[in-house]
Design a protein around this ligand. Structure first.
Ligand SMILES: *Cc1c(COP(=O)(O)O)cnc(C)c1O
Length: 224
């Protein structure tokens, strides 16, 4: 099926409360152009250099989201160009983003990545670390960052009950943060969860933003 058709199908399927991030990493500019022509405007990238190349070649009204692990020495390649960073996975990175934003007169919108999967390889904060961080930010608010919500990934498993349990954990922590910190985090209203294999479960569990690559663009070619 064509990229444009997949975009249409997803747009019809997703509730109006759920934003679609088309994850275009490893896919060529022509593929993004096709999705753009079908009306898609939010695209997710995970590598700074690839993001920069694509920003230069594609229309200005695209909203780029950064979804990959971000190294502190790559901030200048990413932060000026993106509407949202989904993948802030450490306090150190958050503080470096804030410093960069203040220095460059930016407001950077970020999601904090919560670790909920069983897998060793996944990054992010534990619930305890997240709550401790948000407590400390109440005393010392960030100047250049707006914390806009949480992002998370479920384990890469077949067991739907496990996936659902992990998304429910994300939603529970998201609700808890909103309840506890809404006065200091007025922008905290996005819960980014759900990928090609599990977005329907994520939406059932309260996702506001799904990050979908393979379903739109087909299998990625990592050799490029
Ligand atoms: C690659 C990636 C996606 C998209 O995954 P698909 O299974 O292709 O939909 C979503 N989120 C993150 C963080 C990713 O790195």
């Amino acid at each position: 099926m064509s990229i444009g058709t997949q975009i249409e199908i997803l747009k019809n399927e997703l509730p109006s409360t759920v934003k679609l991030v088309a994850v275009s990493k490893f896919n060529p500019v022509e593929a993004i152009q096709q999705a753009y022509e079908a009306g898609q405007r939010i695209f997710g990238e995970s590598r700074p250099q690839e993001l920069q190349q694509k920003v230069a070649l594609l229309p200005d009204d695209i909203k780029w989201h950064f979804i990959g692990h971000l190294q502190t020495n790559k901030l200048k390649m990413v932060l000026p160009y993106v509407e949202l960073v989904h993948s802030v996975d450490s306090e150190r990175l958050l503080m470096e983003i804030d410093k960069f934003a203040v220095k460059n007169g930016l407001k950077v919108r970020c999601l904090l990545e919560l670790f909920v999967a069983q897998e060793e390889s996944k990054q992010g904060f534990s619930e305890e670390e997240l709550m401790a961080l948000l407590d400390s930010l109440q005393q010392n608010p960030l100047q250049g960052v707006e914390i806009c919500g949480l992002m998370g990934m479920a384990s890469f498993v077949e067991d739907e009950n496990q996936i659902r349990g992990e998304f429910q954990t994300l939603k529970r922590v998201y609700d808890k943060v909103r309840e506890k910190y809404i006065s200091t985090l007025p922008q905290f209203n996005e819960l980014s969860m759900g990928m090609s294999g599990d977005y329907r479960i994520a939406i059932e569990c309260g996702s506001t933003m799904v990050r979908i690559g393979t379903t739109i663009f087909g299998a990625r070619n990592y050799s490029k």
